[in-house]
Structures are given as structure tokens and as C-alpha cells.
Design a protein around this ligand. Structure first.
Ligand code: ADP
Ligand code: MG
Length: 729
């Protein structure tokens, strides 16, 4: 009998916290230690080179070769001082995670030896062997090789002995092969559109940047227990396991004291993150046992995306050092909360104004309402697409599971903002005429310029909630690359703002005064986007009905939701905003469908193996023991008495047969369903079949396995149970 489970459980119980050495400097002193930031640029680059580089970073100026060489030389000096020997372009192919290929700094010195060398060319452009990254056929169709190009807006940093260079990954003909390239285009689009609109209120505005503050949720599991769960190891989630008698019902984990082993892990993680320039701010326990959250201060969106990718890999690494495994899957355990990554998003101007906050300056009320309404317009017009942007084989388990927003996008605004919008929409012509004029816009109750938005007015069931000076996109999955949703959100808002500006300008051209023109279009848009505005309980059954009546996208099947990327409206939006072309979207969808299929395929295989190699043998062995016992009892007791005693035994024996019978029969059916799906050529149809005909077996068979877990003798059970995975420190 395998007693690995007992061994690993015992070991996990005995583990002590690994004490972390805290730096003697203060966090403000070691923050960004391993980042080639402004300070280091000033120190390691000649002043004229620094100025040119700053122009590249701030204004997107062209980086010429000689400047690149000088920048590379400065970086090399700094890096070598930190013991760096290698460099890599760091990029985000359309897989999960990031990719890197390390090159040593060395070059022949032409005297038989080597020298440390790092040229501008190596910094600016590389050609990783891209053939094994998914491109959805773009490379073969266009015979374009992939190359990675430095993104100077995200600073270079050091991890271990390697200089990491954030890059975009594109084909030679310009198609995006990654998440970053379209994200950057979307950010450019929203910069342009929002700057144009912000200038109505403040002509000085030169740029608008999108901000992102993510809140990363995760689970920690002892690594020994993890190693004894092949499902966790291979799929990131438990495919079976009965509820623990106690899980989150006492609500005693949320914000509770952080266990010492975990506290040391967090300390270690935060020190390393701060050194990498990630401004970690908040850490706490989450709702489920062994679930935690980490959130930094918000940053410019592209940088925040890089930092999130970086922290996810750091979390995995640091967790192992502390004897944990970090689970970033959206739903590692059934029956308790899954993990999300709330994405707090806002726009701000180069002169520091948050456009989604009511400010103190003149016109700020109308500006605030304009940006809130046009954000809603973008979200309304593309609600199905936004849902597609957060959908995945893993996040589908979380959405709509009474712990996370449903698979319907809606927006919560809170009482005050809702009242303002209603008031504006319903204002009579006389009331409206009072609002005109160059000065402050006063809308009666509550007066916008004085508006204090109550930050505690929260609705946790809303997937896209206004929270005082930003929107919080809560439907994003914990292991997702935030770029996927951020590029859709920013493009959608860019389109809405562009259309708004066009219509306002048309009215102004026809002689309407500016404020009146803005108010007129806003009233129009408030009416149009009304269906997206929902203040009620997003978890309720009634909302699903209501959302359908309102015409919101209510599709729940992940592979079908991906269709939204190819809707006419979506293609038009991406093209108009110069973010992606139709064939790029098609190629990306192929990758999405393929990834979905592969994920379910792997889960089904692992599940089938575990069912047949762990569960059935153990259940059968236990059943044999019971049968043996039946015979033995019959040999010692008179028949009548033995029959009476054996009645219970036999009931259990039958129950086991019922469960094992179902499992064996349905594992075979699941394999057959896979065979049918595998023969289908279309990536979309295959994904749909995997969703409709393969995935349901995982649930129906699991039910019987979980029942067996309750029947079979504890000592025989080979897989660590939920109560062990979730409560061990
Ligand atoms: P919560 O109550 O949702 O946990 P926090 O105040 O902890 O809220 O903030 C969560 C995240 O939102 C943090 O990353 C924070 O920096 C970010 N955030 C705050 N204000 C903004 C803003 N205007 N734009 C974008 N992100 C913001
Ligand atoms: Mg939050």
C-alpha cells in the first residue's frame, strides 16, 4: 500500500518557517536596485545619450544605432557590477507566461580569448528561434520570421545573472505574435482619443496614459503534498477531492493573521519585488483557506503588465524556496473560492489629473462624467468581446460560480454617480439651458464639482465596478496576462472617445456652444449605454434573465465566446483603432481554441489515469477486504446472525460497485468522446466538442470518485485530501 500520502502530510506538519534576512537599508533605498531606471541612466550614460533615450521613452522618438550602442555600453557596465554575465530579450508569446533565450555577454577578442560585449544591436533586436511559438499560422502564411524588439518604455532589469530586456515580439511584416505589441497599440489609441477629449476641458493636456493596478490572488500548497497530487502538478488544479468538513464557512481566514511560514514567504517575495521596482503595497489572507493576495501601487498600464508577469514568475520561484508551490490557477479547489486578478484601470493626463475622478478645478465635473460615460459606452458596445478577453479554460470555472462575477459583463456605478447620470438624462430643456455656459456645470443634487465619491459604496458582484476614481475589472483570471483584457478595454474606450469627439465637433461646427454640445451627446450616450449599468446583485438568477432582456451577451461556453473577437463590430474596432487586423485576430483565435482543447485534453488524460490507476484499484482493494470480512463473519456466526451483521457490509460493497462501475464505464466514454473530437479538423469545432462532450465527464465522474473518498478506508487513499492540502502549514 502506498503511504506516500501519510509521509508527505507528516513532513508538511513538521516544516518550520524559513527565516528571511531583511536588508539593512530601508525599502525606499533598495527599491529598483535591479532596474536600469532614470537614476542609473543618469549615472551610466553620457548626458546627451540620456536625453536622447528620454526622448525615445517619453515621445516615442526613433532610437538610432549609435545611441543604442552607447545605451548598451552603459547598461553593460551597470550589469557587470552586479555580476551579470548574460542577457535576454524577455517577451510574451501567445502562451501562458513569458519567454527568454539567454546569450552570454562574451565575444571573441581576436587574440584567442574573449571579452565582455553587449552591443546596441543585441539590445534593440533579436531573432529568437520563433518557430515553436504559436502564431496561429501567421508565420507560414506570410513567410515572416519573428523577431523581438526592445520596448524602451519598460525598463531593463536584472534577474540572477541575466540582464532582462522587455521586448515586443512581431513578425517581419509587422503582425503581432505576442500580447505586448497590440497592447502598446491600444495604449497609443487611447492616448490619442482621450487627449483629444481631455482638451475640451483643459487645452494644455499633451498625453493621457492608462493606469493599471492589479490585485493578484493565489493559493499556497506545501510542495510535498503538491508532488503527491499529479492533477495539481500537471493541470494546476485538483480534478477530484471531496470537500473538507471545514473550509471557508467560518470566514476566519479572510484578513486573518498570516501564518509564519507564509509570512516569511511574503516578506521574501516583497523584498525581491521591490528590488525589481515593483511597488508592492498590500498583502493579506483571502477568503479561502491558504488563499492570499498581493497588490502593488498602480502604474502605467504597459509597465504594470510587465510587472505582473514578472511577479507571477517570482511568486513561483520564491514559493519553492519556502517549501511551497504557488497555485495561480483560477480554480484549484472545488467548493471554495477561486482566484482572480482585479484590474483597477483609469486614465490620467500628463499634468497628473485622474480623468475618472471628480477634481476641484473648473469643468472637472463635466470632464469626469464624460470619461465615465464614454468608458461605459466602450464597455457596452463590446461587452461580449470584453468577456472573451478574460475567458479561458481555467477562468471558466470561476465565473458565475457564486464567488466571482457571472459570465455577463455589466457595470456598477454606485448611488451618487447613478443619480448624476439619471439627472442629466432626465433634465428638462430649461434645466439644461441653466447648465450651459463656460463655467462650472452644476447639476443640482449632487453638485458634481463638489462631488465626493464614496469609496466604500461597493458591489462585489459586479464584473466592472466604478470605485471612486477608477474602474475595477474583476472578471480577469488570476493566471491571465492582464494585457489580454487591457488591450480590449483600452481599444474599446479609445473608440468610444473618438466617436464622442466626432459627434461633439459636428455640433460645435454647426454653431452649438461647446458645453451644450458635450451635454447633448452625453445625454444621447447615457441613454444608449443604459443596459450595461446594473446596480443589483450580479450573482442572482433574476439578473441572468434581465441581462438577456437587455441584450447583453449571456453566452457561457468558453470556445463560443471566443467568436466575439471575430464579430464585425470587433474587427471594425480593432482596425479603426490600428490595433489589429482581421487576419491577426483570426490567427489569435486559432491559438485560443487550440489552447482550450489542449487544456481539456490534458485534464481528461490525467483524470482518466488517476481514476483507473489510483481510485479504482484502491476502491476494489477495500471492497475485497469487506468481502473477505463477510466470509469470515459467516464462518464464525450462525447463518441468521451472520446475515444480519453482514447486511451493512454488503450495502457498502454494493455502493462501491455502483461507483466503480460508473467510473470505469464513463472513463471509457470520455476516451471515446476525445477520439471523436480529435478527428475534427476545425480548431473551433474541436474546442466546442471538447467543451460540450469531453469536459462534462470530468464533473460527472468526479462525483463518484469523491463519494468513494468518503467510503474507502483513510489509510488506503493515496491522494492528499482537501483537508490536508488546505490546512497544512
Ligand atoms: P481594494 O479595496 O479593491 O483592495 P485598494 O485601494 O487596495 O483597493 O487598491 C487596489 C488597487 O487599485 C491598487 O493596485 C491600487 O494602486 C489601485 N488603484 C488605486 N487607484 C487607482 C487608479 N486611479 N487607477 C488605477 N488603479 C488604481
Ligand atoms: Mg479591489
Amino acid at each position: 500500500m502506498s503511504n506516500l500520502r501519510f509521509k508527505v502530510v507528516e513532513e508538511a506538519f513538521q516544516k518550520k518557517a524559513l527565516e528571511v534576512k531583511v536588508p539593512t537599508e530601508r525599502p525606499s533605498e533598495y527599491f529598483g536596485k535591479y532596474v536600469f531606471d532614470r537614476q542609473k541612466m543618469l549615472k551610466y550614460l553620457p548626458l546627451d545619450v540620456f536625453k536622447k533615450l528620454r526622448d525615445v521613452i517619453e515621445n516615442g522618438a526613433f532610437l538610432d544605432d549609435s545611441v543604442a550602442d552607447q545605451v548598451a555600453a552603459g547598461m553593460k557596465t551597470w550589469a557587470i557590477e552586479h555580476g551579470v554575465t548574460h542577457c535576454t530579450h524577455w517577451f510574451m508569446p501567445l502562451t501562458e507566461g513569458t519567454a527568454e533565450k539567454h546569450d552570454a555577454f562574451i565575444e571573441h577578442d581576436l587574440k584567442g580569448g574573449v571579452i565582455e560585449d553587449f552591443s546596441g544591436k543585441q539590445l534593440v533586436q533579436q531573432e529568437p528561434d520563433a518557430s515553436s511559438f504559436p502564431s496561429g499560422g501567421i508565420r507560414s502564411t506570410f513567410e515572416a520570421r519573428g523577431y523581438s524588439a526592445w520596448d524602451p518604455s519598460s525598463p531593463v532589469f536584472i534577474v540572477g545573472d541575466t540582464l532582462m530586456i522587455p521586448t515586443v515580439f512581431i513578425s517581419y511584416t509587422g503582425e503581432a505574435l505576442d500580447y505586448k505589441a497590440p497592447l502598446k497599440r491600444a495604449l497609443l489609441a487611447v492616448d490619442k482619443a482621450a487627449t483629444d477629449v481631455a482638451r475640451y476641458f483643459n487645452p494644455e493636456v499633451k498625453h493621457v496614459q492608462a493606469n493599471l493596478g492589479w490585485e493578484q490572488e493565489y493559493f499556497l500548497v506545501d510542495e510535498g503534498l503538491y508532488a503527491a497530487r499529479p492533477d495539481l502538478e500537471l493541470t494546476g488544479r485538483t480534478l477530484m477531492g471531496h470537500d473538507s468538513a471545514k473550509n471557508q464557512q467560518m470566514e476566519d481566514h479572510y484578513f486573518g493573521a498570516i501564518p509564519s511560514r507564509v509570512a516569511e514567504f511574503m516578506k521574501d517575495l516583497e523584498i525581491q519585488a521591490l528590488e525589481l521596482g515593483i511597488p508592492c503595497k498590500t498583502r493579506h489572507n483571502e477568503v479561502a483557506p491558504n488563499q492570499f493576495e498581493l497588490a502593488p501601487i498602480y502604474e502605467e498600464c504597459n509597465l504594470a503588465v510587465d510587472h505582473n508577469m514578472l511577479i507571477m514568475s517570482l511568486m513561483r520561484k520564491v514559493a519553492r524556496k519556502h517549501g511551497f508551490r504557488c497555485l495561480l490557477h483560477e480554480k484549484p479547489f472545488k467548493g471554495i473560492n477561486g482566484s482572480g486578478k482585479h484590474c483597477n484601470w483609469s486614465l490620467s493626463t500628463d499634468n497628473g489629473i485622474l480623468l475618472h475622478a471628480p477634481g476641484k478645478d473648473e469643468n472637472s465635473g463635466l470632464r469626469f462624467i464624460t470619461f465615465v460615460v464614454e468608458t461605459l459606452m466602450g464597455v457596452y458596445r463590446h461587452n461580449g468581446l470584453l468577456k472573451a478577453s478574460i475567458m479561458s479554460a481555467s477562468n471558466q470555472h470561476r465565473l458565475g460560480a457564486n464567488e466571482a462575477p457571472p459570465a455577463i459583463i455589466s457595470s456598477f456605478l454606485g448611488r451618487q454617480v447613478s443619480e448624476v447620470l439619471d439627472k442629466l438624462e432626465q433634465a428638462s430643456p430649461t434645466e439644461l439651458s441653466k447648465l450651459k455656459g463656460k463655467h462650472e456645470v452644476r447639476l443640482g443634487i449632487p453638485q458634481i464639482p463638489d462631488l465626493y465619491i464614496d469609496n466604500t459604496d461597493r458591489n462585489r458582484t459586479s464584473p466592472f465596478a466604478f470605485t471612486g476614481n477608477r474602474f475595477e475589472f474583476r472578471a480577469v483570471g488570476s493566471q491571465a496576462n492582464c494585457a489580454a483584457s487591457m488591450l480590449v478595454l483600452n481599444t474599446a474606450v479609445a473608440q468610444a472617445l473618438t466617436s464622442f469627439k466626432k459627434r461633439v465637433d459636428a455640433l460645435i461646427a454647426a454653431g452649438t456652444e461647446q458645453t451644450e454640445a458635450i451635454l447633448t451627446i452625453l445625454r444621447e450616450d447615457i441613454k444608449t449605454c443604459k443596459p450595461i449599468h446594473f446596480e443589483g446583485n450580479g450573482y442572482s438568477e433574476e439578473w441572468k434573465q434581465e441581462a438577456r432582456r437587455r441584450g447583453l451577451d449571456c453566452e457561457t461556453s468558453c470556445p463560443v465566446i471566443f467568436d466575439r473577437y471575430l464579430d464585425e463590430e470587433s474587427v471594425k474596432m480593432f482596425q479603426e483603432m490600428n490595433v489589429m487586423k482581421e487576419y491577426e485576430l483570426k490567427a489569435r483565435n486559432d491559438i485560443k481554441w487550440e489552447t482550450f482543447t489542449k487544456k481539456i485534453q490534458i485534464e481528461a488524460r490525467v483524470f482518466g489515469d488517476l481514476a483507473m490507476n489510483h481510485i479504482i484499484p484502491v476502491a476494489t482493494r477495500y471492497q475485497s477486504m469487506l468481502i473477505d470480512n463477510v466470509h469470515k463473519l459467516a464462518s464464525v456466526f450462525p447463518k441468521d446472525e451472520a446475515d444480519a451483521i453482514n447486511a451493512d457490509n454488503i450495502a457498502i460493497i454494493k455502493k462501491i460497485s455502483k461507483h466503480t462501475g460508473f467510473i470505469i464505464e464513463n472513463v471509457q466514454k470520455m476516451i471515446d468522446a476525445r477520439k471523436v473530437a480529435n478527428k475534427v479538423a476545425s480548431t473551433r469545432e474541436k474546442a466546442v466538442l471538447y467543451h460540450d462532450t469531453v469536459a462534462p465527464f470530468l464533473e460527472s465522474i468526479r462525483y463518484h470518485i469523491d463519494k468513494l473518498e468518503l467510503i474507502v478506508e483513510d489509510e488506503m487513499w493515496t491522494l492528499p485530501k482537501y483537508r490536508e492540502l488546505l490546512f497544512i502549514r
